[in-house]
Design a binder for this molecule. Structure first.
Ligand code: PEP
Ligand code: MG
Length: 555
Protein backbone atom coordinates (compact mmCIF):
# COMPACT_ATOMS: atom_id res chain seq x y z
CA UNK A 1 0.00 0.00 0.00
CA UNK A 2 1.34 3.43 -0.91
CA UNK A 3 0.04 6.46 1.00
CA UNK A 4 0.82 10.05 0.21
CA UNK A 5 1.26 12.75 2.82
CA UNK A 6 3.16 15.94 3.34
CA UNK A 7 6.77 15.72 4.30
CA UNK A 8 7.94 17.95 7.13
CA UNK A 9 11.45 16.53 7.21
CA UNK A 10 13.41 14.57 4.64
CA UNK A 11 15.20 11.26 4.96
CA UNK A 12 14.39 7.58 4.68
CA UNK A 13 13.24 5.23 7.41
CA UNK A 14 12.68 1.51 7.11
CA UNK A 15 11.21 -0.48 9.99
CA UNK A 16 8.15 -1.91 11.66
CA UNK A 17 5.11 0.30 11.98
CA UNK A 18 3.62 0.98 15.41
CA UNK A 19 0.41 2.81 16.09
CA UNK A 20 0.38 5.11 19.08
CA UNK A 21 -2.83 4.66 21.02
CA UNK A 22 -3.79 7.70 22.96
CA UNK A 23 -4.74 7.15 26.57
CA UNK A 24 -8.37 8.20 26.64
CA UNK A 25 -9.61 9.78 29.80
CA UNK A 26 -13.14 8.77 30.61
CA UNK A 27 -14.54 11.62 32.57
CA UNK A 28 -17.73 11.33 34.50
CA UNK A 29 -19.61 14.34 35.73
CA UNK A 30 -20.02 14.12 39.47
CA UNK A 31 -21.84 16.44 41.79
CA UNK A 32 -19.71 17.65 44.66
CA UNK A 33 -20.88 19.17 47.89
CA UNK A 34 -17.64 20.72 49.10
CA UNK A 35 -16.73 22.94 46.18
CA UNK A 36 -13.86 24.55 48.06
CA UNK A 37 -12.22 21.21 48.64
CA UNK A 38 -12.73 20.36 44.96
CA UNK A 39 -11.16 23.63 43.95
CA UNK A 40 -8.17 22.92 46.22
CA UNK A 41 -7.89 19.46 44.66
CA UNK A 42 -7.79 21.04 41.19
CA UNK A 43 -5.18 23.64 42.20
CA UNK A 44 -2.98 20.96 43.76
CA UNK A 45 -3.21 18.89 40.56
CA UNK A 46 -2.33 21.96 38.55
CA UNK A 47 0.79 22.50 40.70
CA UNK A 48 1.77 18.85 40.27
CA UNK A 49 1.28 19.22 36.49
CA UNK A 50 3.60 22.22 36.51
CA UNK A 51 6.19 20.24 38.45
CA UNK A 52 5.98 17.41 35.89
CA UNK A 53 6.29 19.91 33.05
CA UNK A 54 9.40 21.41 34.63
CA UNK A 55 10.88 17.90 34.69
CA UNK A 56 9.89 17.35 31.06
CA UNK A 57 11.49 20.66 30.17
CA UNK A 58 14.80 19.51 31.62
CA UNK A 59 14.52 16.15 29.84
CA UNK A 60 13.70 17.79 26.50
CA UNK A 61 16.48 20.33 26.94
CA UNK A 62 19.00 17.49 27.17
CA UNK A 63 17.48 15.49 24.35
CA UNK A 64 16.34 18.01 21.76
CA UNK A 65 17.74 21.37 22.84
CA UNK A 66 16.20 24.65 23.78
CA UNK A 67 13.86 25.13 20.83
CA UNK A 68 12.27 21.74 21.29
CA UNK A 69 12.05 22.16 25.06
CA UNK A 70 10.51 25.64 25.04
CA UNK A 71 6.99 24.25 24.65
CA UNK A 72 7.08 22.84 28.18
CA UNK A 73 7.78 26.27 29.57
CA UNK A 74 4.83 27.58 27.57
CA UNK A 75 2.66 24.79 28.98
CA UNK A 76 3.63 25.76 32.50
CA UNK A 77 2.63 29.33 31.77
CA UNK A 78 -0.65 28.21 30.22
CA UNK A 79 -1.49 26.33 33.40
CA UNK A 80 -1.21 29.60 35.27
CA UNK A 81 -3.32 31.50 32.79
CA UNK A 82 -5.89 33.44 34.89
CA UNK A 83 -8.69 32.95 32.30
CA UNK A 84 -8.16 29.21 32.23
CA UNK A 85 -7.96 28.91 36.03
CA UNK A 86 -10.96 31.10 36.55
CA UNK A 87 -12.99 29.13 34.04
CA UNK A 88 -12.27 25.80 35.78
CA UNK A 89 -12.78 27.13 39.31
CA UNK A 90 -15.95 28.96 38.44
CA UNK A 91 -17.39 25.83 36.83
CA UNK A 92 -16.60 23.81 39.96
CA UNK A 93 -18.28 26.43 42.13
CA UNK A 94 -21.31 27.40 40.10
CA UNK A 95 -22.16 23.99 38.68
CA UNK A 96 -20.92 22.06 41.73
CA UNK A 97 -19.05 19.59 39.55
CA UNK A 98 -15.92 17.51 40.08
CA UNK A 99 -12.52 18.96 39.16
CA UNK A 100 -11.89 16.36 36.38
CA UNK A 101 -15.09 17.32 34.61
CA UNK A 102 -14.45 21.06 34.98
CA UNK A 103 -10.88 20.69 33.68
CA UNK A 104 -12.00 18.56 30.73
CA UNK A 105 -14.87 20.87 29.74
CA UNK A 106 -12.72 23.98 30.04
CA UNK A 107 -9.95 22.27 28.06
CA UNK A 108 -12.47 21.43 25.31
CA UNK A 109 -13.92 24.94 25.27
CA UNK A 110 -10.55 26.68 25.12
CA UNK A 111 -9.29 24.24 22.55
CA UNK A 112 -12.31 24.92 20.30
CA UNK A 113 -11.76 28.63 20.74
CA UNK A 114 -8.13 28.38 19.64
CA UNK A 115 -8.99 26.05 16.77
CA UNK A 116 -11.37 28.67 15.35
CA UNK A 117 -8.78 31.45 15.32
CA UNK A 118 -7.47 32.92 12.09
CA UNK A 119 -3.84 32.98 13.09
CA UNK A 120 -2.18 29.65 12.24
CA UNK A 121 0.09 29.81 15.28
CA UNK A 122 -2.85 30.35 17.64
CA UNK A 123 -4.79 27.54 15.97
CA UNK A 124 -2.00 25.16 16.81
CA UNK A 125 -2.28 26.10 20.48
CA UNK A 126 -5.58 24.17 20.54
CA UNK A 127 -3.62 20.95 20.91
CA UNK A 128 -1.58 22.47 23.72
CA UNK A 129 -4.65 23.36 25.79
CA UNK A 130 -5.90 19.80 25.37
CA UNK A 131 -2.53 18.50 26.35
CA UNK A 132 -2.30 20.45 29.60
CA UNK A 133 -5.91 19.62 30.53
CA UNK A 134 -5.25 15.94 29.98
CA UNK A 135 -2.23 16.13 32.22
CA UNK A 136 -4.22 17.71 35.04
CA UNK A 137 -7.03 15.17 34.60
CA UNK A 138 -4.57 12.32 34.62
CA UNK A 139 -3.13 13.58 37.91
CA UNK A 140 -6.60 14.02 39.39
CA UNK A 141 -7.39 10.45 38.40
CA UNK A 142 -4.18 9.26 39.97
CA UNK A 143 -2.57 7.96 36.77
CA UNK A 144 0.60 8.74 34.83
CA UNK A 145 0.87 9.58 31.16
CA UNK A 146 1.23 6.58 28.85
CA UNK A 147 4.72 5.99 27.49
CA UNK A 148 5.54 3.81 24.53
CA UNK A 149 7.93 0.96 25.24
CA UNK A 150 9.63 -1.05 22.52
CA UNK A 151 12.57 -3.36 22.07
CA UNK A 152 13.19 -2.63 18.42
CA UNK A 153 13.26 0.70 16.60
CA UNK A 154 9.96 1.52 14.90
CA UNK A 155 8.12 3.97 12.67
CA UNK A 156 5.55 5.72 14.80
CA UNK A 157 2.07 6.22 13.40
CA UNK A 158 -0.42 8.41 15.25
CA UNK A 159 -3.37 10.74 14.88
CA UNK A 160 -1.26 13.53 16.19
CA UNK A 161 1.23 13.71 18.99
CA UNK A 162 1.32 16.15 21.83
CA UNK A 163 4.74 17.35 22.96
CA UNK A 164 4.31 15.63 26.32
CA UNK A 165 3.72 12.36 24.50
CA UNK A 166 6.74 12.68 22.27
CA UNK A 167 9.10 13.75 25.03
CA UNK A 168 8.24 10.71 27.13
CA UNK A 169 9.12 8.34 24.33
CA UNK A 170 12.39 6.53 24.12
CA UNK A 171 13.52 8.52 21.10
CA UNK A 172 16.41 6.25 20.32
CA UNK A 173 13.74 3.78 19.15
CA UNK A 174 11.75 6.15 16.90
CA UNK A 175 12.82 6.00 13.25
CA UNK A 176 10.18 8.34 11.90
CA UNK A 177 6.90 10.06 12.76
CA UNK A 178 3.83 9.72 10.55
CA UNK A 179 0.65 11.44 11.64
CA UNK A 180 -2.88 11.83 10.29
CA UNK A 181 -3.13 15.39 11.55
CA UNK A 182 -0.43 17.87 12.42
CA UNK A 183 1.01 20.76 10.50
CA UNK A 184 4.38 21.88 9.22
CA UNK A 185 4.97 23.71 12.48
CA UNK A 186 3.40 21.22 14.84
CA UNK A 187 5.57 19.95 17.66
CA UNK A 188 5.96 16.57 16.05
CA UNK A 189 7.40 18.27 12.97
CA UNK A 190 9.72 20.43 15.06
CA UNK A 191 10.83 17.42 17.04
CA UNK A 192 11.47 15.39 13.87
CA UNK A 193 13.64 18.17 12.52
CA UNK A 194 15.55 18.36 15.78
CA UNK A 195 15.99 14.59 15.88
CA UNK A 196 16.96 14.58 12.22
CA UNK A 197 14.45 11.87 11.29
CA UNK A 198 11.92 11.83 8.44
CA UNK A 199 8.36 12.84 9.27
CA UNK A 200 5.09 12.97 7.35
CA UNK A 201 1.83 14.64 8.24
CA UNK A 202 -1.63 14.39 6.69
CA UNK A 203 -1.33 10.67 5.94
CA UNK A 204 -4.57 8.73 5.80
CA UNK A 205 -3.34 5.87 8.02
CA UNK A 206 -5.76 2.93 7.72
CA UNK A 207 -7.61 2.09 10.93
CA UNK A 208 -7.30 -1.65 10.35
CA UNK A 209 -3.51 -1.53 10.71
CA UNK A 210 -3.96 -2.27 14.43
CA UNK A 211 -0.98 -3.56 16.32
CA UNK A 212 0.15 -6.36 13.99
CA UNK A 213 3.79 -6.33 12.91
CA UNK A 214 3.99 -4.67 9.52
CA UNK A 215 7.07 -3.38 7.73
CA UNK A 216 6.95 0.10 6.30
CA UNK A 217 9.09 2.68 4.54
CA UNK A 218 8.91 6.42 5.05
CA UNK A 219 10.22 8.45 2.15
CA UNK A 220 10.57 11.88 3.69
CA UNK A 221 11.77 13.36 0.41
CA UNK A 222 8.63 12.55 -1.52
CA UNK A 223 6.16 12.39 1.35
CA UNK A 224 5.31 8.72 0.87
CA UNK A 225 4.53 5.95 3.35
CA UNK A 226 4.81 2.40 2.01
CA UNK A 227 3.01 -0.27 4.00
CA UNK A 228 4.11 -3.84 3.21
CA UNK A 229 6.42 -2.72 0.35
CA UNK A 230 7.34 -5.29 -2.30
CA UNK A 231 10.87 -6.67 -2.36
CA UNK A 232 12.04 -4.45 -5.18
CA UNK A 233 10.87 -1.28 -3.42
CA UNK A 234 12.44 -2.43 -0.17
CA UNK A 235 15.76 -3.14 -1.89
CA UNK A 236 15.68 0.22 -3.66
CA UNK A 237 15.09 2.09 -0.43
CA UNK A 238 17.70 0.08 1.40
CA UNK A 239 20.23 1.21 -1.20
CA UNK A 240 19.12 4.83 -0.88
CA UNK A 241 19.33 4.62 2.88
CA UNK A 242 22.82 3.17 2.76
CA UNK A 243 23.92 6.02 0.49
CA UNK A 244 22.36 8.47 2.92
CA UNK A 245 24.08 6.86 5.88
CA UNK A 246 27.38 6.96 4.05
CA UNK A 247 26.88 10.65 3.42
CA UNK A 248 26.12 11.26 7.07
CA UNK A 249 29.15 9.28 8.13
CA UNK A 250 31.36 11.20 5.71
CA UNK A 251 30.03 14.49 6.98
CA UNK A 252 30.66 13.50 10.57
CA UNK A 253 34.13 12.15 9.93
CA UNK A 254 35.42 14.49 7.27
CA UNK A 255 33.78 17.88 7.62
CA UNK A 256 36.45 20.39 8.53
CA UNK A 257 39.28 17.97 7.76
CA UNK A 258 42.03 18.81 5.28
CA UNK A 259 42.10 17.34 1.81
CA UNK A 260 45.56 15.87 2.10
CA UNK A 261 47.16 12.56 1.11
CA UNK A 262 48.83 10.25 3.61
CA UNK A 263 52.19 11.57 2.45
CA UNK A 264 51.13 15.14 3.11
CA UNK A 265 50.20 16.43 -0.33
CA UNK A 266 47.38 18.97 -0.21
CA UNK A 267 44.81 19.12 -2.99
CA UNK A 268 42.31 21.86 -3.63
CA UNK A 269 38.97 20.11 -3.56
CA UNK A 270 36.25 22.39 -4.88
CA UNK A 271 32.59 22.13 -5.90
CA UNK A 272 30.77 22.75 -9.19
CA UNK A 273 27.66 24.92 -8.98
CA UNK A 274 25.00 26.20 -11.37
CA UNK A 275 23.92 29.24 -9.38
CA UNK A 276 23.53 31.00 -6.07
CA UNK A 277 21.12 28.39 -4.76
CA UNK A 278 23.78 25.66 -4.95
CA UNK A 279 26.23 27.46 -2.68
CA UNK A 280 24.58 26.17 0.48
CA UNK A 281 25.13 22.58 -0.71
CA UNK A 282 28.76 23.36 -1.52
CA UNK A 283 29.31 24.82 1.95
CA UNK A 284 27.36 22.06 3.69
CA UNK A 285 29.66 19.54 2.03
CA UNK A 286 32.70 21.54 3.04
CA UNK A 287 34.00 22.39 -0.43
CA UNK A 288 37.24 24.37 -0.32
CA UNK A 289 35.98 26.69 -3.05
CA UNK A 290 33.91 26.79 -6.20
CA UNK A 291 35.86 25.21 -9.04
CA UNK A 292 33.21 25.78 -11.71
CA UNK A 293 30.34 28.23 -11.56
CA UNK A 294 28.37 27.46 -14.71
CA UNK A 295 27.23 31.04 -15.29
CA UNK A 296 25.07 30.14 -18.27
CA UNK A 297 22.34 29.05 -15.84
CA UNK A 298 21.76 32.73 -15.12
CA UNK A 299 20.93 33.08 -18.81
CA UNK A 300 18.99 29.82 -19.07
CA UNK A 301 16.76 30.71 -16.12
CA UNK A 302 15.93 34.12 -17.48
CA UNK A 303 13.48 35.32 -20.16
CA UNK A 304 15.85 37.91 -21.50
CA UNK A 305 19.55 38.76 -21.27
CA UNK A 306 20.41 39.05 -17.57
CA UNK A 307 21.55 42.59 -16.87
CA UNK A 308 24.94 43.53 -15.48
CA UNK A 309 23.26 44.27 -12.14
CA UNK A 310 21.54 40.88 -11.99
CA UNK A 311 24.79 39.12 -12.76
CA UNK A 312 26.80 41.29 -10.40
CA UNK A 313 24.36 40.50 -7.57
CA UNK A 314 24.66 36.75 -8.20
CA UNK A 315 28.47 36.71 -8.44
CA UNK A 316 28.84 38.98 -5.41
CA UNK A 317 26.50 36.79 -3.34
CA UNK A 318 28.51 33.68 -4.18
CA UNK A 319 31.84 35.43 -3.53
CA UNK A 320 30.64 36.73 -0.18
CA UNK A 321 29.07 33.44 0.85
CA UNK A 322 32.31 31.63 0.11
CA UNK A 323 34.05 34.15 2.38
CA UNK A 324 37.41 34.47 0.68
CA UNK A 325 37.51 30.93 -0.71
CA UNK A 326 38.19 30.75 -4.43
CA UNK A 327 35.20 31.09 -6.77
CA UNK A 328 35.92 30.28 -10.41
CA UNK A 329 33.27 31.76 -12.66
CA UNK A 330 33.10 30.27 -16.13
CA UNK A 331 31.81 32.73 -18.68
CA UNK A 332 28.72 31.98 -20.71
CA UNK A 333 28.74 28.52 -22.28
CA UNK A 334 25.56 28.28 -24.32
CA UNK A 335 24.90 26.58 -27.63
CA UNK A 336 24.98 22.81 -28.18
CA UNK A 337 22.80 21.24 -25.46
CA UNK A 338 22.15 24.58 -23.75
CA UNK A 339 19.86 26.63 -25.98
CA UNK A 340 18.46 30.02 -24.98
CA UNK A 341 15.55 31.31 -27.10
CA UNK A 342 16.27 35.01 -26.85
CA UNK A 343 19.75 34.48 -28.35
CA UNK A 344 17.97 33.53 -31.60
CA UNK A 345 20.75 31.17 -32.61
CA UNK A 346 20.34 29.52 -35.97
CA UNK A 347 19.41 25.88 -36.01
CA UNK A 348 22.49 23.79 -36.69
CA UNK A 349 23.07 20.34 -38.14
CA UNK A 350 25.66 19.56 -35.54
CA UNK A 351 25.33 21.95 -32.60
CA UNK A 352 27.93 20.27 -30.37
CA UNK A 353 30.50 21.23 -32.96
CA UNK A 354 28.77 24.47 -33.69
CA UNK A 355 28.36 28.01 -32.62
CA UNK A 356 28.77 27.92 -28.86
CA UNK A 357 30.44 29.39 -25.80
CA UNK A 358 33.45 31.64 -26.40
CA UNK A 359 32.70 31.78 -30.13
CA UNK A 360 29.45 33.61 -29.41
CA UNK A 361 31.02 35.82 -26.75
CA UNK A 362 33.85 36.99 -28.98
CA UNK A 363 31.34 37.80 -31.74
CA UNK A 364 28.95 39.64 -29.45
CA UNK A 365 31.36 41.79 -27.53
CA UNK A 366 28.72 43.87 -25.70
CA UNK A 367 27.17 40.76 -24.28
CA UNK A 368 30.60 39.50 -23.23
CA UNK A 369 31.57 42.84 -21.73
CA UNK A 370 28.41 42.96 -19.65
CA UNK A 371 29.31 39.65 -18.08
CA UNK A 372 32.95 40.54 -17.55
CA UNK A 373 32.03 43.87 -15.97
CA UNK A 374 29.76 42.03 -13.54
CA UNK A 375 32.51 39.52 -12.73
CA UNK A 376 35.18 42.18 -12.21
CA UNK A 377 32.87 44.29 -10.05
CA UNK A 378 32.11 41.23 -7.90
CA UNK A 379 35.84 40.48 -7.59
CA UNK A 380 36.02 43.24 -5.01
CA UNK A 381 33.88 41.14 -2.63
CA UNK A 382 35.79 37.89 -2.49
CA UNK A 383 38.31 35.73 -4.28
CA UNK A 384 37.06 35.46 -7.84
CA UNK A 385 38.76 33.81 -10.80
CA UNK A 386 37.41 33.73 -14.32
CA UNK A 387 37.69 30.99 -16.92
CA UNK A 388 36.68 30.65 -20.51
CA UNK A 389 35.02 27.64 -22.16
CA UNK A 390 35.67 25.84 -25.47
CA UNK A 391 39.04 27.40 -26.21
CA UNK A 392 40.84 26.15 -29.32
CA UNK A 393 43.49 28.79 -29.97
CA UNK A 394 45.94 31.29 -28.52
CA UNK A 395 44.29 33.95 -30.65
CA UNK A 396 41.04 33.57 -28.73
CA UNK A 397 42.84 34.24 -25.46
CA UNK A 398 44.47 37.35 -26.87
CA UNK A 399 41.05 38.63 -27.93
CA UNK A 400 39.60 37.82 -24.52
CA UNK A 401 42.41 39.72 -22.83
CA UNK A 402 41.70 42.77 -24.98
CA UNK A 403 38.10 42.78 -23.85
CA UNK A 404 39.21 42.34 -20.24
CA UNK A 405 41.54 45.34 -20.58
CA UNK A 406 38.68 47.44 -21.94
CA UNK A 407 36.47 46.41 -19.04
CA UNK A 408 39.13 47.21 -16.46
CA UNK A 409 39.81 50.60 -18.04
CA UNK A 410 36.11 51.45 -17.94
CA UNK A 411 35.78 50.43 -14.31
CA UNK A 412 38.83 52.50 -13.43
CA UNK A 413 37.44 55.47 -15.31
CA UNK A 414 34.10 55.14 -13.52
CA UNK A 415 35.75 54.76 -10.12
CA UNK A 416 34.28 51.28 -9.60
CA UNK A 417 36.48 49.08 -7.42
CA UNK A 418 37.72 45.67 -8.57
CA UNK A 419 40.60 43.34 -7.82
CA UNK A 420 42.99 41.57 -10.13
CA UNK A 421 41.38 38.34 -11.24
CA UNK A 422 43.15 35.08 -11.97
CA UNK A 423 42.51 34.08 -15.58
CA UNK A 424 42.11 30.50 -16.70
CA UNK A 425 40.69 28.41 -19.49
CA UNK A 426 38.78 25.21 -19.79
CA UNK A 427 40.66 22.53 -21.61
CA UNK A 428 37.85 20.64 -23.29
CA UNK A 429 38.87 20.35 -26.94
CA UNK A 430 41.63 18.13 -28.30
CA UNK A 431 43.02 21.28 -29.94
CA UNK A 432 43.51 22.93 -26.57
CA UNK A 433 45.23 19.81 -25.27
CA UNK A 434 47.64 19.68 -28.20
CA UNK A 435 48.64 23.34 -27.84
CA UNK A 436 48.43 23.41 -24.04
CA UNK A 437 52.14 24.35 -23.92
CA UNK A 438 51.36 27.56 -25.84
CA UNK A 439 48.15 28.26 -23.96
CA UNK A 440 49.96 27.90 -20.63
CA UNK A 441 52.07 30.94 -21.52
CA UNK A 442 48.90 33.02 -21.70
CA UNK A 443 46.91 32.15 -18.58
CA UNK A 444 47.16 31.39 -14.84
CA UNK A 445 45.40 28.05 -14.77
CA UNK A 446 43.78 25.23 -16.71
CA UNK A 447 40.65 23.38 -15.73
CA UNK A 448 39.94 20.26 -17.75
CA UNK A 449 36.36 19.76 -18.84
CA UNK A 450 36.39 16.01 -19.33
CA UNK A 451 32.73 15.90 -20.37
CA UNK A 452 33.39 17.74 -23.58
CA UNK A 453 36.97 16.60 -23.94
CA UNK A 454 35.80 12.96 -23.94
CA UNK A 455 33.01 13.77 -26.37
CA UNK A 456 35.36 15.44 -28.83
CA UNK A 457 38.20 12.96 -28.38
CA UNK A 458 36.15 9.81 -28.75
CA UNK A 459 33.71 11.39 -31.24
CA UNK A 460 30.83 10.38 -29.00
CA UNK A 461 27.96 12.85 -28.70
CA UNK A 462 27.46 13.24 -24.92
CA UNK A 463 23.72 13.74 -25.49
CA UNK A 464 23.19 10.53 -27.41
CA UNK A 465 22.17 7.74 -25.04
CA UNK A 466 22.52 5.16 -27.83
CA UNK A 467 26.25 5.73 -27.79
CA UNK A 468 26.67 4.93 -24.11
CA UNK A 469 28.09 1.50 -24.92
CA UNK A 470 30.93 3.09 -26.87
CA UNK A 471 31.67 5.57 -24.14
CA UNK A 472 34.71 4.74 -22.08
CA UNK A 473 35.38 7.36 -19.45
CA UNK A 474 38.77 5.77 -18.74
CA UNK A 475 39.86 5.67 -22.38
CA UNK A 476 43.62 5.67 -22.71
CA UNK A 477 43.43 8.58 -25.18
CA UNK A 478 41.68 10.80 -22.65
CA UNK A 479 43.99 9.80 -19.81
CA UNK A 480 47.05 10.56 -21.93
CA UNK A 481 45.60 13.94 -22.75
CA UNK A 482 45.09 14.70 -19.07
CA UNK A 483 48.73 13.92 -18.40
CA UNK A 484 49.85 16.07 -21.29
CA UNK A 485 47.82 19.03 -20.05
CA UNK A 486 49.14 18.72 -16.49
CA UNK A 487 52.74 18.54 -17.73
CA UNK A 488 52.41 21.43 -20.15
CA UNK A 489 50.45 23.50 -17.65
CA UNK A 490 53.06 23.06 -14.93
CA UNK A 491 55.92 23.79 -17.33
CA UNK A 492 54.22 27.07 -18.27
CA UNK A 493 53.58 28.03 -14.63
CA UNK A 494 49.87 27.20 -14.52
CA UNK A 495 48.09 25.25 -11.84
CA UNK A 496 45.92 22.50 -13.34
CA UNK A 497 42.55 21.21 -12.24
CA UNK A 498 39.76 18.99 -13.46
CA UNK A 499 36.10 20.02 -13.33
CA UNK A 500 34.39 17.46 -15.58
CA UNK A 501 32.41 14.57 -14.10
CA UNK A 502 35.46 12.32 -14.29
CA UNK A 503 36.91 14.30 -11.37
CA UNK A 504 34.48 12.53 -9.04
CA UNK A 505 35.44 9.06 -10.24
CA UNK A 506 37.26 7.77 -7.17
CA UNK A 507 38.67 4.84 -9.16
CA UNK A 508 40.88 7.47 -10.81
CA UNK A 509 41.63 9.73 -7.85
CA UNK A 510 45.03 8.19 -7.24
CA UNK A 511 45.82 8.41 -10.95
CA UNK A 512 44.94 12.12 -10.93
CA UNK A 513 47.18 12.73 -7.94
CA UNK A 514 50.06 10.87 -9.54
CA UNK A 515 49.49 12.80 -12.73
CA UNK A 516 50.05 15.95 -10.67
CA UNK A 517 46.64 17.60 -10.61
CA UNK A 518 46.47 20.52 -8.20
CA UNK A 519 42.73 20.83 -8.01
CA UNK A 520 39.66 18.64 -8.40
CA UNK A 521 36.18 20.14 -8.63
CA UNK A 522 33.12 17.92 -8.30
CA UNK A 523 29.39 18.10 -7.58
CA UNK A 524 28.81 19.24 -3.98
CA UNK A 525 27.49 15.81 -2.98
CA UNK A 526 30.73 14.15 -4.11
CA UNK A 527 33.18 16.41 -2.26
CA UNK A 528 33.48 14.34 0.90
CA UNK A 529 33.65 11.03 -0.95
CA UNK A 530 36.61 12.33 -2.93
CA UNK A 531 38.17 13.79 0.21
CA UNK A 532 37.89 10.40 1.91
CA UNK A 533 39.63 8.81 -1.06
CA UNK A 534 42.41 11.39 -1.20
CA UNK A 535 43.09 11.00 2.52
CA UNK A 536 43.62 7.26 2.01
CA UNK A 537 46.23 7.65 -0.75
CA UNK A 538 49.98 7.58 -0.36
CA UNK A 539 51.56 9.01 -3.50
CA UNK A 540 55.02 7.96 -2.31
CA UNK A 541 54.15 4.31 -2.39
CA UNK A 542 54.66 2.49 -5.68
CA UNK A 543 51.69 0.20 -5.06
CA UNK A 544 49.63 1.43 -8.01
CA UNK A 545 50.84 1.44 -11.55
CA UNK A 546 49.42 4.38 -13.42
CA UNK A 547 47.20 3.60 -16.41
CA UNK A 548 49.22 5.95 -18.58
CA UNK A 549 52.65 4.61 -17.96
CA UNK A 550 55.85 6.18 -16.67
CA UNK A 551 55.06 9.76 -17.54
CA UNK A 552 52.28 9.70 -14.98
CA UNK A 553 54.69 9.51 -12.08
CA UNK A 554 54.82 13.22 -12.04
CA UNK A 555 56.13 13.79 -8.56
C1 PEP B 1 32.99 19.71 -19.24
O1 PEP B 1 32.79 19.80 -20.44
O2 PEP B 1 33.60 18.76 -18.71
C2 PEP B 1 32.47 20.74 -18.32
C3 PEP B 1 32.81 20.74 -17.04
O3 PEP B 1 31.60 21.66 -18.81
P1 PEP B 1 30.06 21.37 -19.16
O4 PEP B 1 29.74 20.02 -18.60
O5 PEP B 1 29.29 22.45 -18.53
O6 PEP B 1 30.06 21.42 -20.65
MG1 MG C 1 32.11 21.65 -21.30
Amino acid sequence: MVLKGKSVFGGIAIGTLRIYEKKDHIIKRRRVTDVLEEETRFLAAKEEAKRQLAELYEKALKEVGETGAAIFEIHQMMLDDPDYLEAVCSMIKTQEVNAEFAAASTGDNFSQMFAAMEDAYMRERAADVKDISNRVISILQGGGAGAMEAEEPFILLADDLAPSETVQMDKSKVLSFVTRGGSTNSHTAILARTMNIPALIGVDIPEELGQEVVVGIVDGYQGILYIHPDEETLARYQRLKEAEEQKRRLLKELKGKETVTLDGRKINLYANIGGVSDVAEALANDAGGIGLFRSEFLYLESEDYPTEETQFAAYKTVAEAMAGKKVIIRTLDIGADKQVDYFHLEKEENPAMGYRAIRICLDRKELFKTQLRAIYRASYYGSISVMFPMIISVEEIRQIKEVIEEVKAELLRDGIPYQEVEIGIMIETPAAVMISDLLAEEVDFFSIGTNDLTQYTLAIDRQNANLDRFYDAHHEAVLRMLQMVVDNGHKGGCWVGICGELGADTALTETFLRMGFDEISVSPSMVLKVREKIRSINCNSSAISSPVGESCLHE
